[in-house]
Design a protein around this ligand. Structure first.
Ligand code: TYD
Ligand code: MG
Length: 450
């Protein structure tokens, strides 16, 4: 007999209550609690009803994996980001703002793969997907498109087509007959994801999922979705710019330090093999307020340009605006400048921009940010062959950053003549590039504002 259960679930965080209330006690959001009729048949799940495999324990030493274990997608950025290809039986979740290119990325991967793929869309029609595919120059004769949102029907088609990879766009559009709520509700998300996990683990077919994000930038639905899957990827960038970054938030089968960089072109996403060359603005005439940093995102070093504009505040409260860099950290750096060097930036508007609309998390960019601000404030140009790589501490000390050799090498390769680093980094000398080691922020001022 089916057990009928009603529950009041917060659509933001997944907390459950026995009766309705206006505000969620857990995440404090208002009007997010909805009644859900959860009608879970205790006997079977829809996938296990068509596939009855009994799993047996195996000795760890008897389990064999070979070199060709991972499925290579031929998209080098994607393969590297996830740790060298797709692990069979794994679930990969891709999140990102609407319109950033999630569907394009997964469709492109379907067309680049040499294996049989089933791309299921609950959002677009077959013709719309075909139109998108026509823009992308790759072609895979074994790529099947299905527009469907009932998970039972998807499993039925999978049994017929037997793909090597299953792609779902998006998890929020799926629904299962096991629960009576609408697609996108918390209980649908949980049920569909656990059915897909069950499916992936029993068949070894990997599942690539697209997930929508909510207004806070998290994958819509409770965090539980991120806990359930093996890999969580985030596609980010500024929609007005061409560059897109694929960041790894969680990876059970690889490092989370990797990232992929793409450019959104008219004919799909193009891998960017040499990021430094495009992230430095191409004008030969460098103006004041621009400084270049040698950062490391993922495992690759690259050079990126920071632009700052400091001007007198016209209206009472000075404005602080930052694109691509944490605004709180910018305020901290400004406080350090004010306190330790005596720069009166309190009555100035400060705008900061990282080229390419890329969000930088590496703190080695601090020194370039401070240099760009000082350069704009004093109207002094920083020579275009100078670059910076160091963190700044609260007392104005210039702190060392990891993997300095790699940064210096990259700067050297691109023809920079001077790199400013921390005195506390290992002493490194190089013939082609002059390494300037600083210990306090005051010393930087001597170098760039003379
Ligand atoms: P899309 O993949 O639909 O985004 P998401 O699934 O994350 O919502 O991407 C849509 C944007 O990408 C749209 O603004 C058009 C653009 N685009 C290109 O610039 N070039 C292309 O080749 C394709 C297919 C899309
Ligand atoms: Mg989409």
């Amino acid at each position: 007999m089916n057990k009928i259960k009603t529950s009041y679930t917060c659509q933001e965080c997944g907390a459950q209550y026995s009766k309705w209330q206006g505000q969620c006690n857990k995440c404090q959001s208002w009007n997010s609690i909805h009644e859900e009729i959860v009608n879970i048949s205790r006997k079977k799940t829809s996938f296990s009803s068509i596939n009855n495999t009994n799993s047996n324990p195996q000795k760890i030493n008897n389990i064999e994996i070979n070199d060709h274990y991972r499925i290579i997608t031929n998209d080098n950025e994607f393969d590297r980001a996830i740790g060298g290809g797709i692990v069979p039986g794994s679930l990969i979740l891709l999140g990102g703002e609407p319109g950033i290119g999630k569907s394009t990325l997964f469709l492109q991967i379907s067309l680049m793969l040499s294996n049989k793929v089933l791309y299921v869309s609950g959002e677009e029609s077959e013709a719309q997907i075909k139109m998108r595919a026509d823009r992308i120059k790759y072609n895979n004769d074994n790529c099947y498109i299905l527009t469907e949102n009932k998970i039972e029907n998807i499993f039925h088609q999978v049994k017929k087509i037997k793909p090597h990879v299953l792609i779902i766009d998006s998890i929020q559009t799926l629904n299962s007959q096991l629960v009576d709520t609408a697609s996108g509700s918390i209980s649908q998300l949980k049920t569909c994801t656990s059915e897909l996990i069950n499916f992936a683990k029993t068949t070894s077919i990997p599942v690539l999922l697209i997930g929508h994000i909510n207004k806070e930038g998290h994958i819509a639905g409770p965090k539980i979705l991120e806990h359930m899957v093996d890999t969580v990827l985030q596609f980010e960038g500024d929609r007005n710019h061409f560059y897109r970054i694929l960041r790894v938030k969680k990876n059970r089968f690889g490092s989370t330090n990797e990232l992929g960089i793409y450019e959104m072109l008219n004919e799909g996403l193009k891998e960017i093999k040499n990021p430094s060359e495009i992230l430095i603005s191409s004008s030969n005439q460098k103006l004041s307020g621009s400084a270049i940093s040698a950062i490391i995102e993922g495992s690759r070093p690259f050079m990126i340009e920071v632009q700052a504009l400091v001007s007198s505040a016209v209206y009472g409260t000075p404005q602080r605006s930052s694109t691509g860099f944490n605004a709180k950290r910018l305020n901290m750096l400004l406080a350090v400048l004010e306190k330790r060097v005596g720069f009166k930036l309190g009555m100035k508007d400060i705008f900061l921009n990282i080229t390419g609309g890329i969000k930088v998390e590496d703190t080695a960019i601090d020194l370039a940010i401070v240099s760009a601000i000082l350069s704009s404030n004093n109207e002094i140009k920083i020579p275009e062959d100078y670059c910076f790589a160091a963190e700044i501490g609260l007392s104005g000390e210039i702190r060392p950053v990891q993997r300095i050799e790699q940064r210096i090498k990259e700067a050297e390769k691109l023809g920079f003549s001077k790199i400013f680093i921390s005195k506390f980094n290992d002493k490194l000398t190089s013939k082609k590039i002059k390494v300037v080691a600083l210990s306090k922020i005051d010393e930087l001022i001597d170098h760039i504002t003379r």
